[in-house]
Design a protein around this ligand. Sequence first.
Ligand code: PXP
Length: 239
Amino acid sequence: MAGLSVNVDHVATLREAREISYPDPVAAALLAELAGADGIVVHLRKDRRHIQDRDVRILRKVVQTKLILEMAPTSEMVGIALDIKPDLVTLVPEKREELTTEGGLDLFVHKNSVAETVGSLQDNGIPVSIFIDSEPEQIKLAHKINASTVEIHTGTFCDATTPQKRNQTFDKIVDAVKLAYKLKLKINAGHGICYNTIKAFNGLHEIDEFSIGHSIVSRAVLVGMEKAVKEMSVLIKEL
Ligand code: PXP
């Protein structure tokens, strides 16, 4: 059965909108854990637009399940990860002008630098996942550079506006998951998944964990964090 890692970045987005101390993503993370989350995810961006260094440091001390640090493969972030020692690092591409992560890391372009980052982290006992598009060649490269896990980018499927595009993008996800499974990679999936799109993953049991943020935090604003997490956990258990 797949797990659920809850991304609390957007609790910090709300806090940073006023540059004050609440709502605290640390409090949201603890509530998510109480509601049954299997992990907490935060993306520490270079521009610190939502999650701050202080959040990651406190989360490391208080998270009881596992802490997953999303980050760009830069020397600054590697230094922070080596210091904080999250349970998993997910490497993502990062552009300052983007609203959110726009696609997977392109390993054709960044293979050598990403391989170096994977090496420095994994040699220090921090497993690394690479966020990639559902392209067979990208998955083979992630395997080649020794990443323990891949996170399949589900955003193109979740954002698809026609049935044809939805089917096409989902077929690619299925092929990518099957290939990664054959290569014995651990498989996570995430980006853009909501209470509807999660249902499409029914039967795709090779996926170890879903990483979900925006839809859960959005629902939490209306119904509370624990209810929002529980509702998503139930949907994942039914897959
Ligand atoms: N996985 C990765 C690699 C991401 O960058 C994000 C967004 O921070 C997510 C999952 C979660 O996406 P969403 O907030 O759309 O659920």
